[in-house]
Write a protein that binds this ligand. Structure first.
Ligand SMILES: [Fe+2]
Ligand SMILES: [Fe+2]
Length: 169
């Protein structure tokens, strides 16, 4: 986006520096979420391992795609996406939950918590940009829809495991 686009945002009351900061925070969240899913898929143990691993890998790919969407928007706004991975922890809203316990049920719990946090982050970005920055609003809305689906997918597997365990009793 050229300077005209940025000028319009300023006129509409968007503090560009603040918006870029918020986007960089979401960007850090996406990378940490990506890695949490990716490494979780590697170490996962327990039934049904294959279904959980497939789901975690799918989510990892989505989070990486989200990181790309957010980075592109930061650049359009004239900002710079975080250049150093060590900054991810400083900027992150949702943090990182290491999968120290590889039990699939524990992984599901950790990632559900992460998705709930991500939903809050994008909801607040939507509120922040509503009627002011339709481009960022649209990106945040698309990502929010994915995060809601992610949470639901994980909840569904959790439910299946509970049903399976009940049957085994
Ligand atoms: Fe994401
Ligand atoms: Fe997600």
């Amino acid at each position: 986006m050229g300077t005209k686009g940025r000028e319009i945002l300023k006129e509409l009351g968007i503090d560009l520096k603040e918006l870029i900061e918020k986007l960089n925070k979401a960007f850090a969240d996406e990378w940490l979420a990506y890695y949490q899913y990716w490494i979780g898929a590697k170490v996962a143990k327990g039934m049904p391992r294959e279904a959980v691993v497939a789901e975690l890998l799918q989510h990892a790919a989505d989070e990486l795609r989200h990181a790309g969407m957010v980075a592109d928007r930061i650049i359009q706004l004239g900002g710079t996406p975080l250049l150093e991975p060590k900054k991810w922890y400083d900027f992150s809203n949702c943090g990182y939950d290491a999968p120290v316990d590889p039990d699939v049920r524990k992984l599901l719990e950790q990632n559900i918590k992460g998705e709930q946090c991500a939903i809050g982050v994008y909801k607040s970005l939507i509120d922040y940009t509503k009627d002011k920055d339709p481009v960022t609003y649209d990106i945040a809305l698309q990502i929010l829809q994915d995060e809601i689906t992610h949470e639901e997918d994980l909840e569904n597997i959790k439910e299946d495991i509970q049903i399976m365990l009940k049957k085994m009793k």
